[in-house]
Design a protein around this ligand. Structure first.
Ligand code: HEM
Length: 412
């Protein structure tokens, strides 16, 4: 507990954030100490910005459900967790608006989310099961036919699957998909060169602009066409807001799911008992995916906020204007909420993990992510039963902003 306000603290005396993972499957060990001793802790970011870290499960939920916080990333105190991220957010903010509706608040957020919510609801996503399965089988066929081994599972399977699905929903023509995959392939990373990030933003922006121009001329049966006809033409959405909305759906819809596919696969390649159990009884895959979502909580820095009024969390006053990072990956390893939180236990009851966030900004794409993960991993186990790692564990490169793998060499 601390009586000093964030503004009064000397940034130089505060711990540097983000902290380093020691085990690629687990959050930095410092989080255990934060939860135990300093559940609302001041830290310093790369640019000297001071922000609060909130680390316990109940407190993270409190912050994410708070009316007195904003998700507006153009606020000067909104936590920017690495330099290139600041570059991208700055470039995409337009007409005084934050880049994506994810960063809108209140009614405006609700209105914009509602424009696409029905496409990502449980029922229409369930109807997509045969289509998702067909893409999975096609990708596995090509992988099995590959003249060369080992194969990088990230490039051959984990990334193309969600890219194809979200592209299909948005109406990206097949011939543009490769271009899209390349443009979105610059994985977000703490060390990303801001100039490279800038170039990638421009490249993807051009692609999206071209797509929207084509849909404006001749609308089809896809989400972009519908948004053009129902929202842009009557003036509910500006063209610039549409471009940014598409960018968010494209980005949010592929890297996260791809990272989860490769992390779950690696985990199963290293844990024979669980792999055998899931191969024998694929109906348990639903609960296994849920437990893996909790265990990895890959979007661990996605939930940043800024206070718009004073409020208290675990006895600490957060003042209006303070930046906050609600640490969902720490919350999902909180032993006060989950028993033996560092173990994978697919029989764990409930699915109250925070991997998809909590509150009004909770992930819009979760039914789609769940469907893709369940089908992708169970089909991989069934169709490639001899799948194994084709590199030493030490040589694997993990990602940092979204937890994931750069590549996963496999053979069979
Ligand atoms: C395993 C995969 C995924 C994970 C772990 C994940 C995680 C998250 C998290 C933690 C948030 C909350 C951010 C916040 O509160 O500030 C979020 C929001 C969001 N996600 Fe996902 N996501 C995944 C897949 C997807 C997919 C497939 C889509 C589809 C397009 C998607 C679209 C979105 C959107 C649009 C939001 C913003 C919602 C809003 O502000 O109302 N996500 N996601």
């Amino acid at each position: 507990m601390t009586a000093q306000t964030l503004a009064e603290m000397d940034a130089a005396t505060l711990p540097q954030f983000p902290m380093r993972r020691r085990c690629p499957f687990s959050p930095p060990p410092e989080y255990d100490a934060f939860r135990a001793e300093q559940p609302v802790a001041p830290v310093r970011l790369w640019n000297g910005q001071k922000v609060w870290l909130v680390s316990r499960y109940d407190d993270v939920r409190q912050v994410l459900a708070e009316k007195r916080v904003s998700n507006n990333s153009t606020h000067p105190n909104y936590p920017i967790t690495y330099e290139a991220r600041g570059t991208v957010k700055g470039m995409l903010a337009s007409d005084g608006e934050p880049p994506y509706f994810l960063h809108y608040d209140g009614d405006k957020h609700f209105e914009h989310r509602r424009m696409v919510a029905r496409d990502f609801a449980i029922r229409p996503i369930k109807d997509m099961e045969p289509l998702v399965q067909a893409h999975i089988d096609e990708l596995i066929d090509s992988m099995l036919d590959s003249p060369e081994k080992p194969v990088d599972l990230v490039r051959a399977f984990a990334l193309p699957l969600p890219t194809r699905i979200i592209s299909g929903m948005l109406g990206v023509p097949y011939e543009d998909m490769k271009r899209l995959q390349e443009a979105t392939d610059n994985s977000s990373s703490f060390n990303q060169d801001p100039e490279e990030a800038r170039a990638a933003v421009i490249e993807l922006g051009q692609l999206i602009d071209d797509l929207v121009t084509a849909k404006e001329k001749s609308p089809g049966q896809d989400i972009i066409s519908r948004l053009v006809v129902e929202q842009v033409r009557p003036g509910h959405l500006t063209r610039s807001q549409l471009l940014r909305m598409i960018r968010m759906l494209l980005i949010a819809g592929h890297e996260t799911t791809a990272n989860m596919i490769s992390l779950i696969t690696l985990y199963l390649l290293e844990n024979d008992d669980l792999r055998a159990r899931l191969t024998e009884d694929p109906s348990q895959m639903t609960q296994a995916v849920e437990e893996m979502l909790r265990y990895f909580t890959i979007a661990h820095l996605a939930t940043c906020r800024v206070a718009i009024e004073d409020f208290e969390v675990a006895g600490t006053t957060i003042k209006a204007g303070d930046g906050i990072i609600a640490l969902i990956s720490s919350a999902d390893r909180d032993g006060a909420h989950f028993s033996a939180p560092d173990e994978v236990n697919i029989d764990r009851p409930g699915r109250d993990h925070l991997a998809f966030g909590y509150g009004v900004h909770q992930c819009l794409g979760q039914p789609l992510a769940r469907l893709e993960l369940r089908l992708a991993v169970s089909t991989l186990l069934r169709r490639v039963p001899t799948l194994r790692l084709a590199a030493s564990r030490d040589s694997l490169q993990f990602k940092d902003y979204f937890n994931g793998l750069q590549s996963l060499p496999v053979t069979w």
